[in-house]
Design a protein around this ligand. Structure first.
Ligand code: NAD
Length: 468
C-alpha cells in the first residue's frame, strides 16, 4: 500500500484533517494507496511558506533556475520505471504507455529549462532619450491543481513553466493518483530551495481551499465543472485562473477518404487510454458516401482494441460512461461493438461503436471520457462542419479529408483551440493549446505558457530635466 504525505516549507508531514482517501487499483479493485488529507490550515501554511520563499526564488538568475529544473528532469527520468508502475497501479494505464507519457513530461521539463532563460520582453523607443521596457516578472505564488488521466506529463508542464519563470508553487495532484503525484514532487523538490515547491494532498475540498487561498495564479487542468468553481474563487480573490478543461472533440470523415484508414484513426482517437484523454475523439460525423464501409471497419478495429485496452479509472466513471451509452441505445442508437458492462473485477469497459446517433444525445453533446465512438451520418461536408461547431466546448477537432479546400475551410471555421487535419493526434514539439468556452482559458503548454506565468511590467524611463 502506498502512503502519501504532504510537503510544506521543505518538511514532509501528514495532513492534519484526520481524513484519509483510499485509491483502488482499477484493474483488480484492490486498495493501492491511502492519502492523509491536508487540512485548511495545512493549505494556508503551504501558501504562506511559498509566499515567503517567492522573493528569493524570483531573484535567482533564470539560468540557475533552469539548471535546477534540468537536474530535476534527470531525477524524474531515472525514476521512470517506478513512476510508470505507480501510474499503472493507480489509474490503470499499461506500464509501457505510462513510460511514454512520463517521457513526454520529462521532455517538457527540459524544454522549459531551455526556454526559461531566453523568455524575453521588448523595448520601445520613445522621444530620445526616453525608453519603454516591457519586462516579464514572476507572478508570485502559483497553485497547480491537476487531474489523474495523464498525471505526470500534465503536472510537469505546469510545474516546469511556473518554476522556471521564478514563481513558487503549491501543487495538489489528483486524489485518484496521489502516490504518483507524491513521488513526482519527491523527485523534483530537492532540486529547489525549501518552499519553492510544496505539495498538499487530498480531494476536492483541498483543491477548493487552495484555489481560494492567497495565491496569484490558479492553474487547473481538469473537468469543466471544477474549472468554473475555480474561476468563481479567483473572481473573489483576484488571482488569475488558467484553465485547461473538458472537451467533446468532433472527428469529421469526408467523402473520398480510405474507410480503413479513417477507422484506424477514429479508433485511436476514441479508444487510446480507454478514451480518457482530454482531446479524445468524442463524436464522429461520417459522410454518407463512405459511412457503411467506415462503420464496418471501425467495428473490426474495436475488436482488435478489445484485447489490449486498459480499465477506466474507477467504477464511478464506468457507470457514467455506460449511462450515456445506454441512454443513446434507448434513444435509437445502434450498438455495433461493446456497449455492455463486463463481469469480473476492476473497471473495464469495452471499446464501443454506436451508429445512428443524433445531436441531442448526451453521448454526442457531453464529454464521455470512455472508449466510445458514437457516429452520426451526414449528407455533406458543410453539414458535418455545422454539427461539429455546435458544441459548448472548444478544445480540439479533427478532419480527415483528401480536399485541400475542405481542410482550409475546416481550420478557418471550426471554433476550437486546435484543429488537426488527417491525424487524430500529433503536433510539433513546442506547440501550444488555447482552449475556448467550456474547455478553458489561457495557454495550456508551449512557449506561451511562460507568458501565462509572468506579468508584464511596463517601465517608462526618461532622463532628468537637466539632460543626460
Ligand atoms: P477534476 O476537475 O475533477 O479534478 C482535477 C483536480 O481538481 C483534482 O486535483 C481535484 O481534486 C481538483 N478539484 C476538484 N474539485 C475542485 C474544486 N471545487 N476546487 C478546486 N479543485 C478541485 O478532473 P478529473 O476528473 O481529475 O480529470 C478529468 C477531466 O480533466 C476531464 O474533463 C478532461 O477532459 C480534463 N482534462 C483536460 C485537459 C486539457 O488540457 N484540456 C487535460 C487533461 C484532462
Amino acid at each position: 500500500m502506498n502512503v502519501v504525505s504532504q510537503l510544506i516549507g521543505g518538511n514532509w508531514s501528514e495532513g492534519a484533517s484526520g481524513r484519509t482517501v483510499t485509491v483502488f487499483d482499477p484493474s483488480s479493485g484492490e486498495p493501492v494507496s491511502t492519502v492523509p488529507v491536508s487540512a485548511d490550515t495545512d493549505v494556508t501554511e503551504a501558501v504562506r511558506a511559498a509566499r515567503n520563499a517567492a522573493p528569493g526564488w524570483a531573484a535567482t538568475a533564470p539560468a540557475a533556475r533552469a539548471t535546477a529544473l534540468r537536474a530535476a528532469a534527470d531525477s524524474v527520468e531515472r525514476a521512470t520505471g517506478e513512476l510508470a508502475a505507480l501510474m499503472h497501479a493507480e489509474m490503470g494505464k499499461p506500464e509501457a504507455e505510462a513510460a511514454d507519457s512520463i517521457a513526454a513530461g520529462i521532455g517538457t521539463l527540459r524544454q522549459y529549462a531551455e526556454l526559461g532563460p531566453v523568455h524575453r520582453g521588448r523595448t520601445l523607443a520613445g522621444d530620445e532619450p526616453a525608453i519603454d521596457l516591457m519586462a516579464y516578472v514572476p507572478r508570485g505564488v502559483v497553485a497547480v491543481i491537476t487531474p489523474w488521466n495523464d498525471p505526470v506529463a500534465v503536472a510537469c508542464g505546469l510545474l516546469g513553466a511556473a518554476l522556471v519563470t521564478g514563481n513558487t508553487v503549491v501543487h495538489k495532484p489528483s486524489e485518484r493518483t496521489p502516490a504518483t503525484g507524491h513521488r513526482l514532487v519527491a523527485l523534483l523538490a530537492p532540486h529547489f530551495p525549501d518552499a519553492v515547491l510544496s505539495l498538499v494532498s487530498g480531494d476536492a475540498p483541498v483543491g477548493a481551499a487552495l484555489a481560494a487561498a492567497d495565491v496569484d495564479v490558479v492553474a487547473h487542468v481538469g473537468s469543466t465543472a471544477t474549472g468554473r468553481a475555480i474561476a468563481a474563487a479567483c473572481a473573489r480573490t483576484g488571482a488569475k485562473p488558467l484553465l485547461e478543461n473538458g472537451g467533446s472533440d468532433p472527428l469529421i470523415i469526408d467523402a473520398g477518404v480510405d474507410p480503413g484508414w479513417a477507422a484506424a484513426q477514429a479508433a485511436t482517437g476514441a479508444f487510446a487510454n480507454s478514451g480518457q484523454i482530454c482531446v479524445a475523439v468524442e463524436r464522429i460525423y461520417a459522410h454518407r458516401d463512405i459511412a457503411g464501409a467506415f462503420l464496418a471497419a471501425l467495428t473490426a478495429e474495436a475488436a482488435t482494441w478489445a484485447t489490449r485496452i486498459g480499465p477506466l479509472v474507477d467504477t464511478r466513471l464506468r457507470d457514467a460512461v455506460h449511462g450515456q451509452v445506454a441512454a443513446a441505445v434507448t434513444a435509437g442508437a445502434q450498438p455495433l461493438a461493446g456497449a455492455t458492462v463486463p463481469d469480473g473485477p476492476g473497471a473495464f469497459y469495452p471499446p464501443t461503436v454506436l451508429a445512428d446517433c443524433t445531436d441531442d444525445m448526451p453521448i454526442m453533446r457531453d464529454e464521455t471520457f470512455g472508449p466510445v465512438a458514437p457516429v452520426l451520418t451526414v449528407d455533406s461536408f458543410d453539414e458535418a462542419l455545422k454539427r461539429a461547431a455546435d458544441s459548448p466546448y472548444g478544445l480540439a477537432a479533427t478532419v480527415l479529408t483528401p480536399s485541400m479546400s475542405h481542410a482550409q475551410r475546416a481550420w478557418r471555421t471550426l471554433p476550437t483551440g486546435t484543429v488537426k487535419i488527417n491525424a487524430v493526434f500529433g503536433g510539433a514539439p513546442g506547440g501550444a493549446a488555447h482552449p475556448r468556452r467550456a474547455s478553458g482559458h489561457g495557454f495550456g503548454y508551449g512557449p506561451e505558457l511562460l507568458d501565462e506565468f509572468t506579468a508584464t511590467k511596463a517601465v517608462h524611463i526618461e532622463a532628468p530635466p537637466n539632460g543626460w
